[in-house]
Write a protein that binds this ligand. Structure first.
Ligand SMILES: Nc1nc2c(c(=O)[nH]1)N[C@H]1C(S)=C(S)[C@@H](COP(=O)(O)OP(=O)(O)OC[C@H]3O[C@@H](n4cnc5c(N)ncnc54)[C@H](O)[C@@H]3O)O[C@H]1N2
Ligand code: MOO
Length: 412
């Protein structure tokens, strides 16, 4: 651990090492609570859930049509009497004799003896009989018991974030409750004398970061605590940080983390009992990130520039929230795309930039356009973007057609 010294700067920390440091500040949850599946959306499973029985439970029809018994049907026989009707949910299902048909509906139990179902649009219906165009294959349009999922199949993996389709699958299997980890508590605070909610005065701006970081943390599965805006005043900030550290698993701030004498975050952090694990990371934007702890809470101080705060969240805070939630940490920008731009840059910091997907190349790879031209103080280019792309610290040039790593917004 390095002690704070507001008057000095430290060398930039490599982004991979910074991520390890960020993750080292947070622990996997140990507590587990049981919730009804209707309340499980977005929570993280604390246990594997396996199927108590094979599915479907019984053999049924996959279409509205007519159940046939093929064994007894002569190839020449095209005209069959319809002797009964079986609807979905039917309890008393008659068995099917050779040479007859039973009208059946999608999901209805297949009558004993039936071997195939012919869709109703493939037959001609006359008075209480059907005329077949051809005989179906054995098993046609039949959903065999156990064919979708075996008994014991894993329906939901431990450490997986519960999505709407999991809830449907669990419900289909009769699972009512699921053990989940408690969501982490994330407190979000903005700092800066220039931030206001009132009509803007000279030199004032609205607070963009706090609403954005609260939304990002909530979307990542956290219970958020809106800790408001604090002026650049060390004592008040220290007091608030110490208080928040007692309430949250992770305290996220933005602003005031740079090197200037008016940047009060680091001295306030020290006064609140904070220990710095890393400060100033070789990422662009987002260099003045501070990672550490205050008491039992992890602390991540993001830069004030809104796009830098946005990037810092994606690179570090998102992974921290994932670990605190019990999720396995997904790597950032694991998707491949093709540069539809040429770009020369100064090596030194890993760089994250907004990209728009223009379509795909002949192999299906997304073609990416670089947006924003390196600005860190505005989120405007992100409004036109489909995701974030990243280039390594030593990258001096991206040629058009070169592969780049990126993260679509739809993937987190
Ligand atoms: N001498 C140096 N100056 C700066 C350096 C440096 O290395 N040496 N780094 C620059 C970089 S890179 C960044 S990023 C910024 C970040 O500085 P801070 O984290 O201390 O942030 P502030 O100075 O408080 O604010 C920067 C900028 O962002 C605006 N801001 C702050 N909070 C919000 C908010 N909640 N919503 C919207 N906008 C916000 C603030 O008004 C400033 O314009 O430092 C560079 N300087
Ligand atoms: O790192 Mo700053 O975040 O380049 O704008």
């Amino acid at each position: 651990m390095q002690m704070l010294n507001a008057s000095t700067t430290s060398p930039l920390i490599d982004a991979t090492a910074a991520l390890e440091t960020a993750l080292a500040q947070v622990a996997q949850p140990t507590a587990v609570c049981e919730v009804p599946i209707a309340q499980a959306l977005g929570r993280v499973a604390a246990q594997d859930i396996t199927a108590a029985s094979a599915m479907p439970h019984f053999t049924s029809s996959a279409v509205d049509g007519f159940a046939l018994r093929l064994a007894g049907a002569r190839p020449a026989q095209r005209r069959l009497p319809v002797v009964a009707t079986v609807a979905a949910g039917a309890r008393d299902v008659p068995s099917l004799a050779p040479g007859a048909a039973i009208r059946i509906f999608t999901g209805a139990p297949l009558p004993e003896g039936a071997e195939a179902v012919v869709p109703l649009e493939d037959v001609e219906e006359a008075d209480h009989e059907i005329i077949l165009q051809s005989l179906p294959e054995e098993g046609a349009n039949v959903r065999l018991a156990g064919s979708d999922q075996p008994q014991g199949a894993v329906l939901l993996n431990r450490c997986e974030r519960i999505a709407p389709h999991h809830i449907g699958l669990l419900a289909a299997n009769g699972v009512r409750n699921v053990g989940v980890f408690p969501p982490p508590r994330v407190a979000v605070l903005s700092t800066g004398d220039e931030l206001t909610t009132a009509p803007l005065g000279p030199g004032q701006i609205y607070d963009a970061n706090r609403p954005m970081l609260l939304a990002l943390a909530r979307a990542a599965g956290a219970d958020v605590l809106d800790a408001g805006v604090l002026p650049d005043e060390q004592e008040a900030l220290a007091e608030r940080l110490a208080e928040l550290a007692g309430l949250a698993d992770l305290v996220l701030t933005s602003g005031g983390a740079s090197v200037g004498g008016r940047d009060p975050l680091r001295p306030a952090f020290a006064a609140a009992g904070g220990t710095v694990a890393a400060w100033r990371v070789a990422v662009k934007p987002g260099k003045p990130i501070l990672l550490g702890r205050i008491g039992r809470a992890a602390f991540t101080g993001l830069p004030g520039n809104p796009f830098a705060a946005f990037v810092g969240f994606h690179l570090f805070a998102a992974a921290q929230i994932a670990r605190l939630s019990g999720r396995t940490t997904p790597p950032f920008a694991a998707f491949r795309g093709k540069a539809n731009f040429a770009w020369k840059r100064r090596p030194g910091r890993q760089e994250v930039f907004p990209v728009r997907c223009l379509g795909t190349d002949e192999t299906g790879l997304p073609l990416l356009e670089r947006l924003g031209n390196g600005v860190s103080a505005t989120l405007f280019p992100v409004s036109m973007a489909d995701g974030l792309a990243v280039v390594a610290a030593d990258c001096a040039e991206v040629a058009s057609g070169q592969m780049v790593s990126w993260q679509p917004f739809s993937m987190g």
